[in-house]
Design a protein around this ligand. Structure first.
Ligand SMILES: [Zn+2]
Length: 416
């Protein structure tokens, strides 16, 4: 596929270096300077644009767009037991598809091209991600969690279906793959955890789990097993380089060493942790010192309430500086790198958005403005396909997604 030429523009690369001029964006995710005489798909005026890598959201529950702003003000365990779990008993495949579509619309509109998801009925989620053109790892549970009264009880059907999906390979030329979800050590039996880890090994798939999100989870785990959650997971052989551990807010240095040794991934979710008053978030500097691969994620729209990774990046930088009394932690380049780690895709931002001004000499204030002040995402390109152009998403119908969400949310709530 021919590249796109963006003229008189700025591109911020993975090292945070700003390049000025005419730039070619290639379908394979690379970029080069343009001589002006190449065959291109289209030429875009870049004078009002800055090009960056796209955001990568490593912890989501996309269908929970349906639960946005439910149980507002409740602490985590009450929020789960009084608000989230009772509604989820009524979740259907159709509701999951509608919630996912609205969530993907928000991801694209805010410059995110990848989500590592965890939810029920992964085969209702993955096609929505595939059709909208973004990338994903769609992790489904091995048992009927959340508990469902509808079409699936925990009689082995869910596990069988997940195995079929894992064996069916990826979707969208490798853009979307299936993975395995184990909710947490306090909701999964050892048998369920081992089953998830075993599937991960057999199908070479990612295994996604919530770990050490609250102090209570950590204290309870220690009381039951005599070990903290990551030590416990390690003791049963659960951890590998395909394990994605969301939160890691209450983690000992010993556990950080384990994560580093196993090359597991730890996902910082600062907004969800603060909103649900978990009382602790990941210590990013300690994780980096221990050699852990840290990623960033929003969590679901139910606990965040946003899927906007720009806001998550700002929050990560603020909470880490605040917690460690150190204004040098997570500077704009490192913060941007954390939020976009591994991205092969390009997005552009509207430089005429007042939030990005002033630019500073040689645009040196641009990245800090973008993280701390905000910006409007104009274009999103994945594998050479434009998912969004000039501030309008074209790979899915946003208006339809919102309309369906409104109707579905009314139906969902009426069943409680
Ligand atoms: Zn979560």
């Amino acid at each position: 596929m021919e590249p796109r030429r963006i003229t008189s523009t700025r591109l911020i690369d993975e090292e945070g270096i700003i390049h000025h001029g005419d730039i070619l964006l290639h379908a394979d995710g690379t970029w080069s300077e343009s001589n002006g005489d190449e065959d291109v798909l289209e030429t875009i005026d870049g004078t009002n644009r800055v090009i960056t890598r796209s955001f990568q959201n490593w912890h989501t529950h996309l269908p929970m767009m349906l639960n946005r702003s439910m149980g507002e003000g409740l602490p985590l365990m009450e929020w789960l037991q009084q608000s989230i779990f009772p509604t989820e008993k009524h979740v259907t495949r159709e509701l999951i598809e509608i919630g996912t579509k609205a969530a993907v619309a928000e991801l694209i509109a805010t410059g995110t091209t990848f989500a590592c998801d965890m939810y029920h009925h992964p085969d209702s989620i993955a096609p929505v991600i595939e059709n909208a053109g973004i990338r994903g790892i769609v992790c489904g549970p091995t048992t009927s969690w959340p508990p469902s009264d509808s079409d699936e009880q925990d009689n082995g059907e869910v596990l069988k279906r997940l195995e079929t999906l894992l064996g069916s390979g990826s979707l969208g030329d490798g853009r979307v793959e299936y993975g395995i979800a184990a909710h947490a050590v306090y909701t999964c039996s050892e048998e369920t955890l081992l089953r998830a880890a075993d599937l991960g090994k057999r199908y070479d798939a990612f295994v996604h789990i919530h770990t050490s999100e609250t102090r209570k989870e950590v204290a309870d785990c220690h009381e039951i097993h005599g070990m903290y959650p990551i030590e416990y997971l390690d003791s049963i052989g659960f951890l590998s380089d395909s394990t994605v551990c969301a939160h890691c807010g209450w983690v000992t240095k010993k556990e950080m060493k384990i994560l580093a040794e196993k090359e597991s991934h730890a996902v910082h979710c600062p907004i969800s942790n603060q909103k649900l008053a978990c009382g602790g978030t990941m210590s990013y500097p300690a994780m980096i010192d221990a050699g852990v691969d840290v990623r960033l994620g929003t969590d679901g729209a139910a606990s965040n309430n946003s899927l906007d990774m720009r806001a998550e990046a700002k929050s990560a930088s603020l909470i880490q500086r605040h917690d460690h009394w150190d204004a040098t932690i997570l500077d704009p380049v490192e913060t941007w790198s954390l939020a976009t780690k591994g991205s092969k895709d390009w997005i552009t931002w509207d430089i005429d958005d007042i939030r990005l001004r002033p630019l500073g000499t040689n645009d040196r204030r641009l990245l800090a403005n973008l993280i701390y002040s905000g910006g409007r995402c104009l274009d999103v390109f994945v594998n050479g396909r434009a998912l969004r152009r000039d501030g309008k998403t074209i790979s899915l119908d946003e208006q339809q997604a919102y309309n369906e969400l409104e109707t579905a949310a009314r139906e969902y709530y009426s069943q409680i």
